[in-house]
Each structure stands twice: as C-alpha cells, then as structure tokens.
Design a binder for this molecule. Structure first.
Ligand code: GDP
Length: 176
C-alpha cells in the first residue's frame, strides 16, 4: 500500500524582484529565465516530492511583490502551513522587508506555520564578494531569533533551492 499524499499549502512573500517566481520555477520545472515577466496578483503551481517514502504535494502561491498587492497577502498566508520569505543578498532594503514579513506572519498567520528565510542570488557574489550587501550572519541571526529555516540560494544555479522545500517537507506532520 502506498502512503497517502500530504498536501502543503505554501506561500511566497518578499519584495518585488528578489527572485520569488524564479525560485518556484527552479523548484517546479528546474528552469531559469533572465528576463521573467513580473507576477501580477498571484500565481498557483504544484510540485510533488518524495521524502522518506512519503509523497508531499506542495501547493505553491507565489504572490506579487508590488506594494499595491501587499494588502492581499493575508488572504494567501492565512491558512498556509509554510511560507518562504525571500530577500536578495545584494539588496539591503529587501532584507528589511523580509524582517517585516516574518513579524507579520508571526502576528497574523497560523501559529504553527513553518517559515523559511531565503537569501537569494548568491551566484552574484561568486565572482565579486563586494556585491554582497546582507551578511550571511544577519540572515542566520534573524532565523535563530525567530525560529526559521534559513538558506542562501540561487535560482540561477539551483544552489540550495530544493533543500529549502525538502527541509520544510521534513517538518510537516504526515497524514497516515
Ligand atoms: P520576483 O518578483 O520576486 O518573483 O522576482 P523574479 O523571479 O521575477 O526575478 C526578478 C529578476 O531577478 C529576474 O530578472 C530574474 O531573472 C532575476 N533572478 C532571480 N533569481 C536570481 C538568482 O538567483 N540569481 C540572479 N543572478 N538573478 C536572479
């Protein structure tokens, strides 16, 4: 008998252009595009993964980062079991925004929501470390203080992208 499928509703939050849609595209299609059209409103995609012989189906809501859609975000995270809060390690403002999202989730989302803090675009600093504007330690510290999963990723090279989702999947209680 195969085990039942466990579904996880997951929402992406973060400033515009940090790479939310690109992370989803990498995870779902193992693909990347340099000139992606911005997401308007929200996009819905699914992906299944096997974790310890159990099938986990991620139901992914990728929300638009534009301020004018920020007021719609609660509709998406309210009954989410997991959230990815994404920032761009070359954009300090996006880290400040990520802090706000974490605070908002802790105040407004389900109290057992699993949150992953994701510092994206690490490929940019491979050749020039001076492009880094958010220290790895800042991300680690926020994650430690707030009880978050933390990864630095690149949607471009795929570095750590699957690991973010696998880590979340491992923390979700299974149906059985
Ligand atoms: P979103 O608005 O947060 O969904 O961001 P997008 O996924 O639309 O990405 C915004 C821009 O950043 C696009 O031009 C992407 O190609 C680029 N981008 C996204 N992820 C990465 C990454 O990991 N590395 C680099 N170098 N560029 C990225």
């Amino acid at each position: 008998m195969s085990n039942p499928i466990t579904s996880i509703k997951l929402v992406l939050l973060g400033e515009a252009a940090v790479g939310k849609s690109s992370i989803v595209l990498r995870f779902v299609s193992n693909d990347f595009s340099e000139n992606k059209e911005p997401t308007i409103g929200a996009a819905f995609l699914t992906q299944r993964v096997n974790i310890n012989n159990n099938t986990i189906k991620f139901e992914i809501w990728d929300t638009a980062g534009q301020e004018r859609f920020a007021s719609l975000a609660p509709m998406y995270y309210r009954n989410a079991q997991a959230a990815l809060v994404v920032y761009d390690i070359t954009k300090p403002q996006s880290f400040i925004k990520a802090r706000h999202w974490v605070k908002e989730l802790h105040e407004q989302a389900s109290k057992d929501i699993i949150i992953a803090l994701v510092g994206n675009k690490v490929d940019i600093i491979e050749n020039d470390e001076s492009e880094r504007k958010v220290a790895r330690e800042e991300g680690e510290r926020l994650a430690e203080e707030e009880g978050l999963i933390f990864f630095e990723t690149s949607a471009k090279t795929a570095e750590n992208v699957n690991d973010v989702f696998l880590n979340i999947g491992e923390k979700i209680p299974l149906k059985n």
